[in-house]
Design a protein around this ligand. Structure first.
Ligand code: ZN
Ligand code: ZN
Length: 388
C-alpha cells in the first residue's frame, strides 16, 4: 500500500457516547455507537442505526473517522454501518453493474478506512454495498477476528469484492484466547478478546504506549553545564534515553510511565475471557442492560427480586449494574462508565430519568467501590493521564 501511519503523541484522548440504547432505540437513546477521539482522529466502536445522525449532533467530524471496530453483528450494533460508510466514503447512489458510473472512481491514494469485527462484518459490508449499488470513493478494508469455531480463512460470502475493498483484509486467528495487537502504530495498540454474549462478541482494549516520565531539570542541568553539554540533550533525557557526558558521567532519563488504557466491551453477560488484557484500565465501558429498582422504577414487578432480574439479564446475554461493577473491580479499573440501557430507562433530563439513572449508577458503584457514570447520548469524557 505504501502508506505508513504516522501518529503523533496523544495530547488528548476522549470518548463520546453516540448511542446508549439496547435493543430498542428511543427518542432519548440511539442504538449503540461510541467514538474514541485520539487528538483529532476518530475511531468508532459499533455503529448502530442512525449513528451518522448522532455524529452530526456531536462535534466529531465524519471525515476524521479512521477506523471502525464492531463488537458483534447484532443489528443494534451494525445497522448504521453501510449508510455511515456511504456518507464518509463519498458513496454514490450508484447505477447497476455494467453501466458507466463516473462517480465510481476509487481514490487509491487515500488511506483505507479500516474496519475490524467478528466473522460476518466483511460479508455484511460487501453485501450491503453490492445490493444497494453503492460505490465507495475511498478504499476500505475489513479485518475479521475469527473465533476457533469460525472458518480459519476465506471470505464468508461468495460475492466478489468491489474495487473499493482492499484484498488485504486479514482473518485474524486467536492466540492463547485473545487477538493480540490487531493494530499497532507505536503510539497506540489495540488487542481484543471474546466476551460472552448470545452471539460471538468481542471486547477491545486500546493501550497507549508508555509515555515519557516527568523530568526534573534540577537533576540534570548542573551536569550539563559542568560538561558544557548543549541543553538540547534534555530532549533525549525527556524521552527516557540515557546520555554519557564528556567526563564519563551517565545521565539516565526518567523512567517511562504506562500510557492510558481503555477497555470497550460489547454486549455481555460475562466478559471474563478479556480479563488478562484488561487489567488496570484507566476507563472501562461496560453494558448494564437491566436493573432491579424496586420503589424507583414504577414498572418493577412485585414478583421480581435482584436474583430474578440478573437471571433474566444473563439469559438474554446481558448484565446488571452490579455485574458491571464487579467486573470493574476485578480488573482494578480506575473508572467505570455504563451504557446499553433498556428502553425502560430514558436518557433525558427529566426528574424520574435522572433518579433512575442515578440509582443504576449507585448499584454499580456499590460493587465497584467508587462513583460510576451512566452514559447518555452525546456524553463526552476525557481520559486523562494518571497523576503519578
Ligand atoms: Zn446490543
Ligand atoms: Zn447483542
Amino acid at each position: 500500500m505504501g502508506y505508513e501511519q504516522r501518529r503523533q503523541t496523544l495530547t488528548s484522548l476522549s470518548v463520546t457516547f453516540l448511542g446508549t440504547a439496547s435493543a430498542q432505540p428511543s427518542s432519548t437513546r440511539n442504538h449503540s455507537a461510541l467514538a474514541l477521539r485520539l487528538n483529532s482522529d476518530v475511531w468508532l466502536f459499533d455503529c448502530g442505526e442512525a449513528t451518522q445522525h448522532q455524529l452530526q449532533k456531536s462535534t466529531l467530524k465524519m471525515g476524521k473517522i479512521e477506523k471502525i471496530f464492531i463488537t458483534h453483528t447484532h443489528g443494534d450494533h451494525i445497522f448504521g454501518l453501510i449508510p455511515l460508510l456511504a456518507s464518509c466514503m463519498n458513496g454514490a447512489g450508484g447505477t447497476a453493474e455494467g453501466t458507466e458510473e463516473p462517480r465510481a472512481q476509487v481514490d487509491q491514494n487515500i488511506p483505507p478506512l479500516e474496519i475490524y469485527g467478528p466473522l460476518g462484518a466483511r460479508a455484511y459490508v460487501r453485501s450491503g454495498a453490492a445490493y444497494t449499488h453503492t460505490h465507495f470513493g475511498r478504499p476500505y478494508v475489513v479485518h475479521e477476528l475469527r473465533f476457533p469455531t469460525d472458518p480459519a480463512d476465506q471470505d464468508y460470502t461468495t460475492l466478489t469484492a468491489s474495487s473499493a475493498e482492499l484484498p488485504t483484509g486479514r482473518n485474524i486467528q486467536m492466540v492463547d484466547g485473545i487477538w493480540p495487537d490487531i493494530y499497532q502504530d507505536g503510539v497506540i495498540s489495540v488487542s481484543a478478546a471474546p466476551i460472552l454474549h448470545s452471539v460471538p462478541c468481542v471486547g477491545y482494549v486500546v493501550t497507549e504506549a508508555p509515555i515519557p516520565g516527568k523530568i526534573n531539570p534540577k537533576d540534570y542541568v548542573p551536569h550539563l553545564k559542568r560538561t558544557n553539554t548543549p541543553v538540547t540533550a534534555m530532549r533525549q533525557l525527556q524521552q527516557g534515553h540515557s546520555i554519557t557526558l564528556s567526563d564519563g558521567t551517565v545521565l539516565e532519563g526518567p523512567p517511562r510511565r504506562p500510557g492510558r488504557k481503555v477497555v470497550i466491551l460489547g454486549d455481555t453477560y460475562d466478559p471474563s475471557p478479556i480479563l488478562p488484557i484488561a487489567q488496570d484500565a484507566d476507563l472501562l465501558i461496560h453494558e448494564a442492560t437491566n436493573a432491579h429498582l424496586p420503589g424507583i422504577d414504577t414498572n418493577t414487578k412485585d414478583s421480581d427480586t435482584y436474583e430474578t432480574v440478573e437471571e433474566r439479564a444473563k439469559s438474554r446475554g446481558h448484565s446488571t449494574p452490579q455485574m458491571a461493577g464487579k467486573f470493574g473491580q476485578a480488573i482494578r479499573a480506575k473508572r467505570l462508565i455504563l451504557n446499553h440501557f433498556s428502553a425502560r430507562y430514558p436518557g433525558d433530563e427529566s426528574e424520574q430519568s435522572l433518579r433512575i439513572m442515578g440509582a443504576i449508577g449507585e448499584l454499580a458503584a456499590k460493587e465497584f467501590g467508587q462513583e460510576v457514570l451512566c452514559a447518555r447520548d452525546l456524553t463526552s469524557v476525557d481520559i486523562s493521564l494518571s497523576k503519578e
